[in-house]
Design a protein around this ligand. Structure first.
Ligand code: NAP
Ligand code: 8YV
Length: 321
């Protein structure tokens, strides 16, 4: 049986399934994980991790006979892909199976930020609705329309395309920004992110994370989005300059935001907690029973296909070194 290390707690059903096929070890069960790795790291041929936890260089270095990494999620920003490439370690991930749920959540955030759903819910729970119209309580403020609005998408990949397709049901105009235009995409490509932000009512960020996109959405882009524009981020916190976003929201220089991801998760900037013009979610875009099950199945299939056939079902693209 191949020995496989997991560096996080997984869904119980996935842990049970993995244990039927592999000799599984959970790193967090060890009293001293560093000492355990120093003694036993060389015994493991496989590693199961997630997009959120990743596989940092120190961990990969401590596993000299590692042949395969199977990651729960599609983001690759926390995986040491350069080392994987250099050492010939195969890396599997879970693309496509989560497109629907992440795209659905992007629309949930657009509707919530634009129409003020979460803020309206708080208004009712506080009893303000009952008191509305009295001198002490203002009526709930009017929202902004989503149907028919201009939707700018940053990153027209697998999930970005799913978001764009959903927009037709809302009669929205769609444009997108990425480094290269997508062949045969029916939506106009905008080479300038600033120009896209100027045009958009809703700017949805769904580009890959990592060093190449760090602070792509900066103060300048937010200024272009302007006081009538909403920023939605379902990609990675690192893609947005969070300090600039906080200032823009506090000063109402953009209309609002819907955020599933943050720069230092699970830390959310304190200033945002008191604001009604921002919706804050704990990184749940793929978190449905159906999608998490499909992700778990792909994590298992990647590992088992690798050990039986020498190939992955969903190999991650590795950088050229
Ligand atoms: P994908 O198909 O690889 O698409 C990534 C897109 O990012 C591509 O369109 C790419 O276009 C664009 N991009 C990369 N670098 C860029 C840059 N410097 N400027 C502008 N655009 C850039 O990936 P996906 O499956 O759609 O997933 C996208 C990301 O969503 C993941 O990497 C992950 O971080 C995030 N995600 C978040 C959650 C969540 O729970 N919130 C769930 C799933 C995924 P070009 O290469 O042409 O630039
Ligand atoms: C998950 C994600 O929250 O796939 C990704 O890149 O960010 C999300 O689907 C994550 O993988 C869970 O660890």
């Amino acid at each position: 049986m191949n020995k496989v290390l997991q560096n996080l707690k997984l869904l119980p059903a996935l842990e049970a399934r993995l244990a039927t096929a592999f000799d599984m070890h959970r790193l967090s069960d060890e009293a001293d994980p560093q000492a355990f790795l120093a003694t036993h790291g060389g015994e493991f041929a496989g590693l199961v991790t997630s997009a959120a936890v990743g596989a940092p260089p120190a961990l990969v270095d401590a596993m000299p006979n590692l042949r395969v990494i199977s990651s729960f999620g599609v983001g690759l920003d926390k995986l040491d892909l350069v080392t994987a490439r250099q050492r010939g370690i195969a890396v599997g991930y879970t693309p496509d199976v989560l497109n629907d749920c992440v795209a659905d959540l992007a629309f949930g955030l657009m509707l919530d930020a634009g129409r003020g759903l979460s803020a309206a819910d708080r208004y009712v729970r506080r009893g303000d609705w009952r008191g509305a119209g009295t001198p002490a309580t203002a009526p709930f403020p009017l929202g902004r329309k989503v149907s028919g609005a201009c939707l700018g998408i940053v990153g027209l990949g697998r999930i970005g395309s799913s978001i764009a397709r959903r927009a037709s049901g809302f009669d929205m105009s769609v444009r997108y920004h990425s480094r290269r235009p997508v062949v045969d995409a029916p939506w106009p490509h905008e080479p300038s992110l600033r120009a896209l932000a100027l045009w958009a009512d809703y700017l949805v960020v769904i580009a890959a994370g990592g060093a190449g996109t760090r602070h792509l959405v900066n103060a300048d882009v937010l200024k272009a989005l302007g006081p009538n524009g909403f920023l939605i981020n379902v990609s990675r916190g690192s893609v947005v300059d969070e300090a600039a976003l906080v200032r823009a929201l506090v000063d109402k220089r953009i209309a609002g935001a819907g955020l599933d991801v943050f720069e230092n998760e699970p830390r959310v900037p304190e200033e945002l907690l008191a604001l009604d013009n921002v919706v804050l979610l704990p990184h749940i875009a793929s978190a449905t029973i159906e999608t998490r099950q499909a992700m778990a199945d792909r994590v298992f299939d990647n590992l088992s296909f690798f050990f039986s056939e020498g190939r992955l079902v969903s190999p991650a693209p590795l950088p050229t070194v």
